[in-house]
Design a protein around this ligand. Structure first.
Ligand code: M6R
Length: 609
């Protein structure tokens, strides 16, 4: 997973490329590079490290030229280094290539090309593409690219230029996202829309297996067989500012604070204004369709998987359909037991996660109906699923997922209610209560965000420890898992979540004096049990922070500190609990001086296995 950008027009290419890459750093940031064509020759500048290293170099030694490609890398084949940074060139620097994805047969290609005398300068799979172009050169770039692609197996989004064809750039998409930005007298390619928004709002998302020939004057699209295709750009209506930090120190903080709006937007049009009815008009299912479902498999990765765990409880409780929640990287290689009535529900913020996409494709190949919950309208997941529920969280830039999770939960609650109603599985009064409580969530989230200064202080204390434990039962446990992931992901502190009742079966041995424990006690049916479990860790002198409902009168007696969250029904507790957990992780990361938005070894969009 990497970020690609390309420009052709009248501006200084280096500026456009650097600006575009800065919007794509969430896709990978271990090295960056640009190739700019000037007076018939490529100038390459690449450097290991953050984009700022490259930008500093280019500031000292700017590159002339108004046509170029750039890349920000998340290493897969070959460690992060100057040599492995993209763009890559062939032996004679006649072609330059940037790539996102994996060329699966690159070792084979490399051996073959080396046997033919090609010299490789990097350890990457991508470099093989540049040499293949050299090998297949016919005098026509598009024809050459199409020939070279026939030799390649794998996933790719490619940006390609040839010194012999100035004024032209080729973009190709196969299993990795790529968009074309259409300007006036200038055009762009990029892995994601925010990279071009500063310059144009007219965007075309390349389809699977499409190639675009991009010049300053226009864009033509073709299949990989070279057949011209009609394409229809669309106008991006969301604001470029939405993708910027907007005054916050980090994208993560901004995105945490955007949750009331994100939830409101996700509910909009799906809850009647008076809060009395839940609907998902985009699905338009009949009662028969809902009744036909015999089981649901929820498939996702990371935070989206954790949202799925809450979704299981929501769907089973309301609709009484059995649900299994599966990690996509496991599911895709299993032979799951499904019938033709099993619904596969994939959840993915980006809609480009390779494992989730593969699970989706496997499910469709088995003949199952696939419903996707995603945050990106034009993503692969959205386009390949049978039905889509979009979470209107807006662009999420920080690697640590926050507002995407909250809106995934909202989408799952809505879906559970929608199916339950169609199946006649739920008391209408319970749905009315749920609808009413959902309408109040955004306001309660706003109230909760005001507790940030208290959490900052707690996080500072906790961040001195090398471990933290997150405990809960039922839905509290599902959120504990997400809280622990957030905490470890950005603070680099070992964090684990446990069902509180499971502690005494081993984990209690890890509880020592002062160790931070975050315990959640919002589930009324196991309230007493949860308090007993808290007493077990307190008896071992752990430092316990409890998250409890406002008005709770008991919890404070058993813990060191309580953070009270605005009350809603226990069923919706995850929507409340997650905010303090996100803030705790955020401030622990800040206290440790970490790069909050770009945690080490991670990337926002995991488009490779
Ligand atoms: O885009 P997706 O929702 O498919 O991404 C799945 C995970 O990679 C993602 O949630 C990851 O776990 C987050 N970085 C966690 O904060």
């Amino acid at each position: 997973m990497c970020g690609i950008v390309g420009y052709i027009g009248k501006r200084r290419a280096q500026d456009v490329l650097l600006s575009g890459l800065s919007k794509l750093e969430y896709r990978g940031y271990d090295s960056a590079g640009v190739a700019i064509l000037h007076e018939g020759a490529f100038q390459l500048e690449k450097s290991v490290g953050r984009l700022s290293v490259l930008a500093d170099r280019l500031e000292v030694d700017p590159l002339a030229g108004s046509q170029g490609i750039g890349h920000t890398r998340w290493a897969t084949h070959g460690r992060p280094s100057d040599a492995n940074a993209h763009p890559h060139a062939d032996c004679s620097s006649a072609f330059v290539v940037v790539h996102n994805g994996i060329i699966e047969n690159y070792l084979e290609l490399r051996d073959d090309l080396m046997a033919r005398g090609h010299q490789f300068a990097s350890e990457t799979d991508t470099e093989a593409v540049a040499h293949l172009l050299e090998e297949h050169w016919t005098g026509d770039l598009m024809e050459t690219v199409l020939r070279a692609l026939r030799d390649i197996r794998g996933a790719y989004a490619l940006g390609i230029m040839a010194a012999a064809e100035p004024g032209k750039m080729i973009a190709v998409r196969k299993h990795s996202p790529l968009v074309i930005g259409i300007g006036e007298g200038e055009n762009f390619i990029a892995s994601d829309i925010p990279a071009v928004l500063e310059y144009t709002r007219n965007v075309y998302i390349l389809e699977e297996g499409e190639l675009a020939v991009v010049t300053a004057a226009g864009v033509s699209c073709f299949t990989l067989e070279g057949v011209p295709v009609d394409y229809k750009p669309f106008r991006v209506t969301w604001d470029a500012v939405a993708a910027e930090k907007g005054g916050y120190a980090h994208f993560m903080k901004k995105e945490i604070h955007e949750q009331p709006k994100a939830v409101r937007d996700t509910l909009s049009g799906r809850l009647l204004d008076d809060g009395t009815r839940i609907d998902l008009p985009e699905l338009g299912w009949s009662e028969a369709m809902a009744l036909d479902i015999d089981r649901i498999h929820i498939v996702a990765c990371g935070t989206s998987y954790h949202a799925g765990l809450v979704g299981k409880v929501a769907i089973e409780t309301l609709a009484r359909i059995p649900v299994d929640v599966e990690i996509a990287s496991e599911y895709r290689y299993r032979n799951p037991i499904v019938t033709d009535r099993t619904l596969i529900l994939v959840i993915s913020q980006s809609g480009e996660t390779a494992d989730t996409l593969a699970a989706l494709r496997g499910a469709r190949a088995r003949g199952n109906r696939v419903l996707a919950i995603t945050n990106v309208v034009g993503s692969s997941v959205a386009r390949e699923a049978d039905d889509v529920i979009v979470t209107w969280a807006g662009p999420e830039i920080s690697v640590a997922s926050t507002k995407a999770y909250t809106t995934q939960l909202v989408a799952l609650y809505l879906f559970a209610a929608y199916v339950a109603k169609l199946r006649g599985a739920v008391d209408p009064q319970a749905l009315l209560t749920l609808a009413h409580e959902l309408t109040e969530i955004p306001e309660k989230l706003e109230e909760l965000l005001d507790t940030a200064p208290v959490i900052e202080e707690i996080a500072r204390e906790f961040s001195a420890w090398s471990d933290a434990f997150f405990l809960g039962r039922g839905l509290d446990y599902a959120v504990a898992l997400e809280g622990a992931l957030k905490y470890k992901e950005i603070s680099y502190i070992h964090a684990e979540a446990y069902p509180a009742g499971e502690l005494k079966h081993g984990t209690l041995a890890l509880i020592v004096e002062g160790v931070p424990v975050v315990a959640m006690v919002t589930q009324d049916d196991v309230y007493e049990k949860s308090l007993s479990n808290i007493k077990e860790v307190k008896a071992r002198d752990a430092h316990v922070l409890a998250l409890a409902w406002a008005g709770d009168t008991q919890t404070h007696k058993s813990v060191d500190r309580v953070l009270y969250v605005p009350r809603t029904i226990p069923f919706l507790a995850p929507l409340m609990l997650i905010v303090p957990l996100q803030l705790l992780a955020y401030y622990a990361s800040v206290a440790r001086g970490n790069d909050v938005d770009k945690p080490r070894n991670l990337a926002k969009s995991v488009t490779v296995e």
